[in-house]
Structure formats: C-alpha cells, structure tokens
Design a protein around this ligand. Structure first.
Ligand SMILES: [Zn+2]
Length: 79
C-alpha cells in the first residue's frame, strides 16, 4: 500500500501583460475565398491587407480578424 499526500495550488490564467511576454499578433482572413494575411504585430498591416484584397477582389466583402494574445498562469495560494 502506498501513501501519498498531495497539495493543490490555485492558478489564475489571464493575459500575460509582462514586458517579456510574446507580442500580440493580428491577421485578417477573407471568408469569401480563404486567403489570409501573415500574422504581424501591427493591426494596421492586417487592415491594409484587407483593403488591398478588396480592391483586387471587389466582390469579397467578408473578413475575419485573428488576434493572438499570450496568456500565463499565475500561481496563487497553496490549498
Ligand atoms: Zn477573398
């Protein structure tokens, strides 16, 4: 028979706002044809991609923005 004791620790998982966190990235996808911009750190680049795509494809009117944000688990008290 094995005895074991376990202690539990609560964590809070939330956006990582530390200075060394990974950067947010933005990308835009055309939901008409599936083409998408490369992810980048500037939201304006994603929006400009959509404008350029619309000019080249005047009947592509629907887009989806993809935002990637880093999260981290912050340890709380031991139980
Ligand atoms: Zn398209």
């Amino acid at each position: 028979m094995t005895r074991a004791a376990y202690r539990y620790r609560e964590y809070i998982i939330g956006p990582n706002l530390e200075p060394d966190a990974e950067p947010w990235t933005f990308a835009m996808k055309c939901t008409t044809c599936g083409e998408a911009s490369e992810p980048g750190e500037e939201i304006q680049d994603a929006q400009e991609w959509a404008e350029t795509h619309l000019k080249a494809n005047p009947d592509h009117h629907h887009y989806r923005e993809h935002v990637t944000r880093p999260y981290r688990a912050v340890p709380g008290a031991w139980q």
